[in-house]
Design a protein around this ligand. Sequence first.
Ligand SMILES: Cc1cc2nc3c(=O)[nH]c(=O)nc-3n(C[C@H](O)[C@H](O)[C@H](O)COP(=O)(O)OP(=O)(O)OC[C@H]3O[C@@H](n4cnc5c(N)ncnc54)[C@H](O)[C@@H]3O)c2cc1C
Length: 355
Amino acid sequence: VTPQENVALAPQTTLRVGGPARYFAALEELDDVARALAWAAERDLPVEVLGGGSNVLIADRGLNALVIRVRADRITPLGSGRVDVDAGVCWDAFVAWAVARDEAGVECLSGIPGDVGAAPMQNVGAYGQEVSETIEQVVAIDRLSGEQVVIEADACAFGYRDSVFKHAAAGQYVVVRVRFRLTPGGPAKIVYPELERAIDGDRSLATVRETVVQLRRKKSMVLDERDDNRRSAGSFFVNPTLEPNVFAELQQRVTAELGEDHGLPSYPAVGGLTKVPAAWLIERAGMGKGTRRGNVGISSKHSLAIVNHGRATASELVAFAAEVRRTVRGRFGVTLTAEPRLLGFDSDETRALVD
Ligand SMILES: Cc1cc2nc3c(=O)[nH]c(=O)nc-3n(C[C@H](O)[C@H](O)[C@H](O)COP(=O)(O)OP(=O)(O)OC[C@H]3O[C@@H](n4cnc5c(N)ncnc54)[C@H](O)[C@@H]3O)c2cc1C
């Protein structure tokens, strides 16, 4: 493992902002992970893990760290739908592989950017499916001991855009492999109303995959070099899930602001909570699609995506996201949570996105 020095990170992220990594290493072999961790430990350097860079916002100063990317990319079927997938496999390539073999379980997650190793982090989900439905175990290297550990699905504490890897185990592991349990010959999951409406007759996995990608394309939710909204991290905020009393307060507030026929959408979530679309709140707070402040703005196709129009800095993106958050809170009293991981910032630089 010989890391390169001073490597630009912006081109390795979908937002295309942020400064360089002091050191960077792409690791082709899983054994290299422990070696890279030891290399950093000898130099007292922190380690950051980067996948496809589609859910991170890196500070303009860059990262004074060893940044590693796991590039190992084997897919090893184990029979009966079980499959081991290395962290460096492109997520969508894995979905395509599963669909081509007629193995159900990840078809609705077609078109999500990034690597397999990052998928458990926030329990990626879309169109009524979440990766936690098929993950059997996550294999990782413990960053402190350098030892390989197996984390069974039950211990991953998967929730809506959430897992143990964002909380108790934050920064503890480098994921090197994920074991999935797919369903050979199983039916596609068609439960999301928008997907149900778009599927006409043929309910095969291949059709569902194609339809999901088409739906996503209309919202600039697939990476496409020709798309003006392409420099984003997908949804910048997660949909708030509210306690019953908080949801009742929101309904009152929305009625006061917008009148009786406001049409606030809401969906039941686990634990008696109610999920409200952040996109609706942002639009109704007055920051609709295409809202622009210089180099940054809201995607013209999706009010939850914040885009870099080409020359933005990380600080401009943070300031704009903070404005969106402040505006929603001011109008409706709901505090949005940013979805991308913010890397390399001082706490006072991101306070307006966290407090
Ligand atoms: C256009 C677009 C659409 C999107 N749509 C969706 C969607 O529909 N649903 C959804 O859930 N997400 C969506 N996302 C977000 C993103 O694609 C997912 O979160 C994805 O899993 C991130 O993968 P990545 O490899 O790019 O991770 P990165 O952005 O590189 O990293 C994300 C986090 O995971 C950590 N990480 C990455 N790899 C590892 C590893 N091997 N071990 C330990 N930690 C690791 C990083 O340190 C970081 O904290 C979208 C993003 C974009 C740009």
